[in-house]
Design a protein around this ligand. Structure first.
Ligand code: PMP
Ligand code: GLN
Length: 378
């Protein structure tokens, strides 16, 4: 069989998590919490499983969850999405991203992607015959050069992929970023897929500016979210897509043949849990404390960094320690000092020597301290 993705191997997250597990290293590579979710949420799932909510959910998601998502979006961002026609529950944000990209991209269409980019965007574009057009963001600021973005927009551009807060850099979009993007796409046939899975994990009082908050952007955007990051349940793989009706119609045509629907009892449980805003309002403080602990640890090391603005990742430069390629270093550190990380070059298609590693700090404090003690030895 000739490969449709010849340049793709096993994802770095799988490679590093396996190496960490094989070697017994502390795993700060793949992004997932090292602690469990709320017992209250587990009890809700159990309740629905035991009371007969175990058959197919409606294709678009159970109504109470779509309503809870619409209410949350109205409350936080002041934007109304109709639960019946504009909110769709998916099997993780990964499915939402793929379906949204598939809804937009036809063979030969161009899609602008900011790199470093989360690993699923470019394969999804290429599998649909699209051509990724890369805008490279460089450390330490990872700022977007909007003049360059403007230059890269052509008559063939149909899609721009946005990720805020961004994995792996932690960069959070500002009101100026939104305004610049809006000015570029206004009156053009360009759609936006906005990956906002870290919407509740941002620091130092920064707001999350959903693309839904800007009217010019809202009308052309598929906002993709996930419960995995918000409620510490990455293994449940439940996400969603918010999009205006005409976009949701096309999105749903694809979703119904990708997965059709998503686990029923968990959807009911999430609907109940989501109704109490405390469950997500406390997240920025919870993770800011962990970020600060990790930064304190890094200050005692030779790694250099700018505090991450959002997400549960911190990127660091290791220039002062070694000049070996980041992939080699990530493997060596896992084997030699027992701390696994992600080499940031894998998020770039353009080869580079930025010498950056990504650490996930969504771990218990003792684990972070133990990893810190090892990192400080370098
Ligand atoms: N987007 C980004 C930026 C992510 O980091 C992740 C996974 N951690 C996803 C999407 C996928 O989310 P899900 O697990 O809900 O599919
Ligand atoms: N999003 C997670 C990360 O960036 C990994 C998810 C996955 O393994 N596909 O580490």
């Amino acid at each position: 069989l000739s490969s449709k993705l010849p340049w793709v191997g096993t994802t770095i997250f799988t490679v590093m998590s396996k190496l960490a597990s094989d070697t017994g290293a502390i795993n700060l590579s793949q992004g997932f919490p090292g602690f469990d979710c709320s017992p209250e949420l587990v009890a809700l799932v159990e309740k629905y499983m035991k009371t007969g909510f175990n058959q197919y959910a409606p294709m678009t998601g159970v109504p109470v969850l779509r309503e809870a998502l619409a209410q949350k979006t109205e409350l936080l961002y002041g934007v109304s999405y109709h639960p019946e026609t504009e909110v769709t529950v998916t099997s993780g944000a990964t499915e939402a991203l793929f379906a949204a990209i598939m809804a937009v991209i036809r063979p030969g269409d161009e899609a602008i992607v900011f790199e470093p980019a989360y690993d699923s965007y470019i394969p999804a574009i290429e599998l649909n015959g699209g051509i990724p057009v890369l805008v490279t963001l460089t450390p330490p600021a990872y700022a977007i050069d909007w003049t360059e973005v403007g230059r890269k927009i052509t008559d063939k551009t149909r899609l721009i992929v946005v990720n805020t807060p961004q994995n792996p850099t932690g960069r959070v979009w500002t009101a100026d970023d939104l305004a610049q993007l809006a000015a570029l796409v206004k009156d053009r046939d360009i759609w936006i897929v906005s990956d906002e899975v870290y919407e509740h994990i941002r620091f130092d009082g920064r707001p999350h500016l959903s693309l839904a908050t800007h009217p010019v952007l809202q009308e052309r955007t598929f906002v993709c979210g996930s419960f995995g990051k918000t409620f510490h349940v990455t293994g449940w793989k439940i996400g969603y897509c918010l999009a205006p009706k005409e976009l949701s119609v096309e999105f749903r045509k694809i979703h119904q043949y990708l997965t059709f629907s998503t686990i029923t009892p968990v959807q009911y449980a999430l609907a109940d849990y989501l109704k109490n805003p405390v469950h997500y309002e406390t997240l920025p403080d919870f993770y800011e404390r962990k970020r600060n602990l990790f930064l304190e640890i890094l200050r005692g090391s030779r790694f250099q960094f700018t505090p991450t603005e959002g997400s549960f990742f911190q990127t660091v430069s290791y220039r002062a320690i070694t000049d070996e390629p980041d992939y080699d270093l990530a493997i060596r550190l896992t084997k030699e000092i027992g701390v696994a990380s992600i080499p940031v070059s894998v998020f770039y298609r353009q080869k580079n020597d930025y010498n950056i590693l990504r650490f996930c700090f969504a771990k218990d404090d003792e684990v972070l301290l133990q990893a810190g003690e090892r990192l400080q030895r370098l």
